[in-house]
Design a protein around this ligand. Structure first.
Ligand SMILES: C[S@@+](CC[C@H](N)C(=O)[O-])C[C@H]1O[C@@H](n2cnc3c(N)ncnc32)[C@H](O)[C@@H]1O
Length: 474
């Protein structure tokens, strides 16, 4: 039986929001392209690992159809166990090789290949793009991530150093542990006053934090092949595919001409993308590709937002300003401020864009807010509730994760949330929709202490927090 390094050291696959059909459909919409609705679409994940990205999509879209394949038998076995535990019939995960797997021409609306292109040998890279070209529906959108240049050179410098340090160590797991120990030595030794060494120091810290199981494959794997954007784009073209835009919200603007070039018909948008990568020392790219035969206009049209839906992870901070992560958002325009207020109040559910803005100017402003991460745009409305009902139920996938003691849980909008304490994990795992709030309070009162009323209040608060993540389906 063929085993791979991924059988020896399990790769920690998880949900990537930027690969979700809703994201791919949203970016297609912003380019005025037709798209398949996430609710009923067909998705292929190439090199799906254990399916931890694909399976939660299948769990939240019961009428859509999901297929994933991977060379690693161990990874597929773990994924199949999850699918069985959840009783899902709309997703299959199989052992398969990129070079030979065949599901029929144009059989998928969305194709995901995360973390594969730069980590497989040249014939498999060819096979990957060939597979995407073959399987992608005429109006389909594919996601491909890869290590990019010129930042890849920084990573290459560290990889070379780590490979040298572990040259006499055998086995993927032992090599990764030895490389991590070496990283600590390196981190201690870099000169803080030398800008080049500081660059390596930052990267070394990042690698250390990602853990041994990622390091074993991403940095110490046999193949490590960063490419310039223009090389990837050229490669895609050889396979009848073309770059649409970046998959991340903040990178969606990449595929459009910048404001100063809108009236220049000769402006080369893709050369501009490459220039920006050179400028930013870009080291990782997540690109959306479509069939080369599809006509793409690279002039943004904000009116397209009016058919979309919007949500926001922003909150109000103590001074009343909107806050997303560490950034505070200043909104001076009254219409936009009121729109953001309404969007934030609806959190975590989506609302129609047309319910908060109606003209081109404000739609354009909302688009810019998407590009800076203040709001999220969606092709379709969210399907999870804003508040839980009387018989609260958590997402089955998150319940499974919580029951297994995993602390990173997949949210219903395909993000990740960290829940560290055992009490909360058990609480989530137990939310199967069979008990009323009063029954849950009665069951937990002996553990929590205090009056039944006080416990009930505590549980209501917890449920509000979980609904906001969002983790509750009912
Ligand atoms: C870095 S992992 C990424 C897994 C997952 N997509 C993720 O992003 O977490 C690369 C995956 O590609 C798979 N792979 C490598 N070569 C392959 C091939 N020829 N056919 C199918 N899968 C392959 C590996 O087994 C591994 O699971």
């Amino acid at each position: 039986m063929l085993t791979t390094a991924y059988d020896e050291v399990a790769y920690p696959t998880h949900a990537f929001a930027q690969t979700h059909p809703d994201r791919l459909a949203s970016h297609a919409t912003l380019f005025g392209l037709p798209y398949a609705e996430a609710a009923t679409c067909r998705v292929l994940d190439i090199g799906a690992g254990d399916g931890s990205n694909l399976i939660p999509m299948a769990a939240t879209h019961p009428r859509a159809h999901f297929v994933g394949f991977d060379l690693s038998q161990e990874a597929v076995k773990r994924g199949v166990a999850m699918i069985d535990a959840l009783g899902l019939e709309n997703v299959s995960l199989v052992v398969g090789d990129i070079m030979t797997a065949d599901f029929g021409v144009g059989s998928f609306d969305y194709i995901i290949s995360h973390g594969v292109y730069s980590w497989v040998p040249e014939p498999v890279r060819e096979g990957l793009l060939r597979s995407i070209q073959r399987h992608l529906a005429p109006n389909g959108v594919a996601f491909v991530s890869y290590n990019a240049m010129p930042g890849g050179r920084i990573r290459q410098a560290l990889r070379d150093r780590l490979l040298f340090a572990v040259r006499d160590v055998n086995g993927a797991a032992a090599r990764a542990e030895a490389a991590r120990r070496q990283l600590l030595v390196l981190i201690d030794g870099f000169a803080q006053d030398d800008p080049f060494q500081v660059l390596l120091l930052i990267e070394a810290r990042r690698l250390y934090e990602r853990g041994a199981s990622v390091l074993a494959h991403d940095e110490l794997g046999e193949t490590f092949f960063p490419v310039h954007f223009h090389e990837f784009d050229g490669h895609a073209k050889q396979h009848g595919l073309q770059f649409l835009t970046g998959a991340e919200a903040a990178r969606c603007g990449e595929g459009f001409a910048p404001p100063y070039a809108l009236s220049d018909p000769n402006f080369d948008v893709l050369a501009h993308v490459q220039e920006l990568d050179f400028r930013d020392l870009r080291f990782f790219r997540q690109d959306l590709v479509i069939h080369d035969s599809v006509a793409v206009s690279r002039i943004p049209q904000a009116n397209r937002l009016l058919a979309m839906h919007v949500s926001s992870g922003a909150t109000r901070n103590d001074s009343g300003a909107f806050q997303v992560g560490a950034s505070q958002i200043e909104v001076t325009d009254a219409v936009l401020a009121s729109a953001l207020e309404t969007i934030v109040r609806a959190r975590p559910t989506t609302i129609p864009v047309s319910s908060v803005v109606s003209d081109h100017e404000h739609a354009a402003a909302l688009l810019r807010m998407y590009w800076v991460g203040a709001v999220d745009l969606h092709a379709e409305p969210s399907t999870f509730p804003k508040v839980s009902g009387d018989r609260p139920a958590a997402s089955p996938f998150a319940r499974l994760q919580a029951a297994r003691g995993q602390t990173l849980l997949t949210t219903l909008n395909h993000g990740m949330v960290e829940v560290k304490d055992t009490f909360s994990l058990n609480f989530i795992a137990g939310l199967d929709g069979s008990r009323t709030r009063a029954e849950i309070a009665r069951d937990l009162a002996p553990k929590l202490g205090g009056s039944l009323e006080a416990v009930a209040v505590q549980i209501d608060k917890q449920l509000d927090i979980l609904a906001g993540m969002p983790l509750l389906v009912g």
